[in-house]
Write a protein that binds this ligand. Structure first.
Ligand SMILES: [Zn+2]
Length: 252
C-alpha cells in the first residue's frame, strides 16, 4: 500500500506513487477513443484557446470543456462506461483509504468525475484554487505517458507567496485540495500533446454539495454526487415530501 507524501508541511497537497499497470486501460481508451478525434485538422482550433469550449465528442462517451480562454481541455467521462474506466483507476490506487486521514467523510471517500486533461501550449500562468475554503475534496493529476521535457509542469505557491514547481513524473500523482494555489507552468507551442489523467474525489457528506456544486458541474455533465448517486438520478437533495412522491412514481 502506497502512502501520501505531503508536498510541503504547510500545504494541503500530496504526492502518491503507483504501478504503471494501473494506467494501461486509460491509455488504451485515450488512444482509441480520443486521440483520433483530436488529431484531425478540423479540431486544431480547440488547442488555440481564446474561447470557452463545451462540446460532446462524436461518440458522446466524453464531454470536452475549457475554462475561460485558457487553452487547456478537460475531457470528462460522459456515461457509466467511461465513468467506470476512471473509477477502476481510483479504486486500484487505494486512494479512498489513503485520503481518509486528511479528508472529512462519513463512510467513504467518493470519486466524483474523471478526466483526460490535454493541451499543447500554455502562454501564461492562470493561477487558481480548485475548491472553496474548507471543502473536503481533492483533485488528482498524473501524466498518462512518458513526460516530454518541452511540456510545462505545475506551479504552486507557498503560504508566503513563494513560487515552487512540482515536476510531473510517470507513475506519480499529485493530489491537492482547498487552499492550494496553482497553475500550469507556461510552455511554448509543442507538436506533441501534453496528456494528463485527472479525477475529482472527496467527502461523501451531502451537506458539502452546495459548496462543491459549481466546481463539479462546470467541468462535466456526468458525475457522482457525495451520496454516490449519479447527477440526474439522485433525489437525496429533494425535500422529504417530494422524495416520497418520486418514490411512489418510480414504483408505478
Ligand atoms: Zn443521491
Amino acid at each position: 500500500m502506497h502512502k501520501l507524501q505531503r508536498l510541503h508541511p504547510t500545504l494541503n497537497a500530496f504526492t502518491y506513487q503507483f504501478e504503471d499497470a494501473l494506467l494501461l486501460e486509460l491509455r488504451a481508451a485515450y488512444l482509441n477513443q480520443i486521440e483520433p478525434f483530436l488529431a484531425a485538422p478540423a479540431q486544431q482550433y480547440l488547442f488555440e484557446g481564446g474561447q470557452y469550449f463545451k462540446l460532446d465528442l462524436p461518440n458522446q462517451d466524453y464531454h470536452l470543456c475549457s475554462y475561460d480562454t485558457d487553452p487547456l481541455l478537460w475531457i470528462s467521462n460522459n456515461n457509466a462506461v467511461t465513468y467506470l474506466l476512471f473509477k477502476r483507476f481510483f479504486d486500484q490506487l487505494g486512494l479512498a483509504q489513503a485520503l481518509k486521514q486528511f479528508c472529512e467523510y462519513r463512510r467513504k471517500i467518493r470519486m466524483y468525475s474523471g478526466f483526460f486533461v490535454l493541451g499543447n501550449r500554455a502562454p501564461e500562468p492562470v493561477w487558481h484554487y480548485d475548491y472553496r475554503p474548507k471543502v473536503p475534496a481533492y483533485t488528482l493529476i498524473t501524466p498518462l505517458f512518458d513526460w516530454l521535457p518541452e511540456h510545462g509542469h505545475l506551479l504552486y505557491q507557498l503560504p508566503n507567496g513563494q513560487e515552487q514547481t512540482y515536476r510531473y513524473m510517470c507513475n506519480e500523482a499529485i493530489i491537492f485540495g482547498e487552499g492550494f494555489l496553482h497553475c500550469t507552468q507556461p510552455y511554448d507551442v509543442s507538436e506533441h500533446l501534453r496528456v494528463l489523467v485527472s479525477f475529482t474525489c472527496g467527502s461523501d457528506k451531502l451537506s458539502y454539495w452546495p459548496q462543491l456544486k459549481s466546481n463539479i458541474e462546470e467541468q462535466s455533465l456526468y458525475f457522482a454526487l457525495p451520496c454516490g448517486h449519479i447527477y440526474g438520478s439522485c433525489h437525496c437533495l429533494e425535500p422529504n415530501i417530494l422524495k416520497k412522491l418520486l418514490g411512489i412514481l418510480q414504483f408505478k
